[in-house]
Design a protein around this ligand. Structure first.
Ligand SMILES: C[S@@+](CC[C@H](N)C(=O)[O-])C[C@H]1O[C@@H](n2cnc3c(N)ncnc32)[C@H](O)[C@@H]1O
Length: 291
């Protein structure tokens, strides 16, 4: 995906990435009492979209990803913006080659965690590398969203929305256990029209809060992304170069969503859950070294 990753010509990803960017700007500014340059760890940094924003806030960025072609683009992007101290390394997030308590903040968006088979180990690693008191911004795919109903309508309507899913599969997403997420087979077409399929973990807000809590990470805020914009099916919003009427309706829904998606119940719904958590000062398996 390296060559096409930064091409955000659809409404869906433009909105997702701008929402993440806004939260980074408001919530991840380094505190002024840190001595030396603060460190931001970007886990699954890809082409460095969030790394660039974190560097602009004054962090020295450590970017980690398993895809070397994406890292090449991330290195180039930050070098061109004159952030010469940014460091990008190829590594598996399930076992990070970093010391404990190294980062003042961790970003893991995109949603990287949903693509990692051992997401539990990854959360443990993220918590280990974060300093006590440091913040984690995490984005995952959400289980409870309006696409569930669009998928059923699509299966009944002879695939008129292009979800390419049988009625049985669409209905299976509604089965219990309701408080736990599940893994789906995520298929998409790359710009070269090659079909790609990969497992994708969808999370519920309840389980995510518990998983974070058990690793010493206290959830402070949560937003549901595409909780209301998904009144329009995601397959339509993924199309490149949307029409003007669609853009106008989408923007109205997005404006509404931004007013309410940090509050219950919308902060537990949506196609992505964006969570801000803080590592507790007294956390098992971590050395308290402050900043
Ligand atoms: C959807 S991209 C998100 C990239 C970036 N954070 C963004 O928002 O643009 C997910 C990233 O996770 C990376 N990734 C997947 N599995 C990984 C793993 N086990 N360890 C490290 N990175 C991984 C992929 O290579 C990809 O760059």
């Amino acid at each position: 995906m390296a060559s096409e990753y930064d091409d955000l010509s659809d409404l869906w990803y433009q909105y997702t990435f701008s929402s993440i960017d806004e939260v980074i700007l408001h919530e991840l500014r380094p505190s002024s009492d840190i001595s030396g340059k603060p460190i931001a760890l970007d886990v699954g940094c890809g082409t460095g979209i969030q790394s660039l924003r974190l560097a602009s806030l004054g962090y020295r960025v450590l970017g980690v990803d398993i895809a070397d072609r994406l890292l090449v683009r991330a290195r180039r992007k930050l070098a061109e913006a004159d952030y010469a101290d940014a460091d990008f390394m190829i590594a598996d997030a399930q076992s990070l080659p970093l010391d404990d308590n190294v980062a003042h903040c961790v970003n893991c968006c995109g949603p990287t965690l949903s693509f990692i088979p051992d997401w539990r180990d990854t959360l443990t690693e993220v918590s280990r590398c974060l300093k006590p008191g440091g913040k984690l911004l995490l984005e995952v795919e959400g289980k409870w969203n309006l696409d569930l109903f669009w998928e059923i309508a699509n299966a009944l309507g002879f695939n008129f929305l292009g979800y390419d899913e049988s009625l049985l599969t669409a209905l299976s997403h509604l089965l219990p256990p309701w408080r736990l997420g599940h893994t789906i087979d995520y298929s998409f077409k790359s710009s070269s029209d090659t079909s790609v399929s990969m497992p994708l973990r969808l999370f519920t807000a309840v389980e995510l809060e518990e998983e974070l809590q058990s690793r010493g990470l206290a959830e402070e805020k949560r937003w549901g992304l595409h909780a209301t914009t998904n009144l329009i099916p995601s397959t339509i919003l993924h199309k490149a170069n949307p029409s003007r009427p669609l853009t106008i309706i989408f923007r109205a829904l997005a404006r509404l969503e931004k007013k309410v998606n940090g509050r219950w119940p919308l902060n537990a719904l949506g196609c992505s859950l964006l969570v801000l958590a803080r590592k507790k000062q007294h956390c098992p398996d971590s050395t308290e070294d402050g900043n």
